[in-house]
Design a protein around this ligand. Structure first.
Ligand code: FMN
Length: 211
């Protein structure tokens, strides 16, 4: 059974992760959120390294959510933006073109900390895309050397084909997506009492909320 409880009432102290120093500090929580995002982009083992990105897809005139895991590749605290890499042929690229408003979800299971971000996505091109490509490792480049578009139906899984030469090492289908953060919703579960806050980056408003 999970030891994560969402009981609203403060519980008796029990063994668990130490309380975050920013527990009762709105500004401390905001700073901690960015610290975690910066670390997520830098460290493969960091809890925020693999967020979920949710976009909207139109199916028969009905807006449906679509969601997937990505690797966080960049976090620019000053610019309030994040970045992940992807294939230009992947479904999310058309979804971003149709509607750039998206959400990102981060969860640190040990700390019991969830961040929900409202973001505006944009597909990088020119020098920004080239810089992102230059920062990729050979192993990551292989993903973009696939000949068929991601999501193409296959008769057999072994039918998937890779061609480094035909795809210029994968660069032909590589791109990077920037996520401009509009708001961050913070939720920290603690036995002493949960803490929830909304940081609106557009109005520069920081506010505690009922968990
Ligand atoms: C751990 C993990 C990391 C992933 N990282 C990425 C990534 O950085 N970029 C990406 O496009 N897809 C990544 N994927 C695959 C996506 O989750 C998704 O399956 C793929 O991008 C196709 O999504 P789409 O059809 O919505 O475009 C990752 C999947 C996992 C499980």
């Amino acid at each position: 059974m999970s030891d994560v409880s969402f009981d609203q009432k403060p519980q008796k102290a029990k063994a668990g992760p130490p309380l975050l120093a920013c527990y009762d500090s709105l500004e401390g929580s905001y700073a901690h959120a960015w610290d975690m995002l910066v670390r997520g982009a830098k460290q493969a083992r960091a809890p925020f390294h693999t967020p979920s990105v949710a976009t909207i897809v139109m199916q028969d005139g009905i807006a449906q959510p679509d969601i997937r895991t990505v690797v966080l590749r960049g976090c620019d605290r000053e610019a309030q933006s994040l970045r992940f890499n992807t294939d230009t042929r992947s479904h999310k690229i058309q979804q971003i073109a149709d509607n750039p408003q998206a959400a990102m979800h981060f969860y640190d299971a040990q700390a019991k900390l969830q961040l929900r971000l409202s973001v505006t996505l944009s597909v990088l091109d020119g020098a920004a895309r080239e810089a992102a490509w230059a920062a990729t490792r050979p192993m990551s480049r292989e993903c973009y050397q696939v000949v068929q578009s991601p999501g193409t139906p296959l008769a057999a899984p072994s039918d998937v084909a890779f061609d480094a030469a035909a795809t210029h090492d994968g660069e032909d289908y590589f791109t990077s997506v920037s996520a401009q953060v509009r708001s961050i919703e913070w939720l920290y579960l603690a036995a002493k009492g949960h803490r929830r806050a909304l940081f609106d980056l557009q109005t520069d408003t920081h506010q505690w909320l009922v968990p």
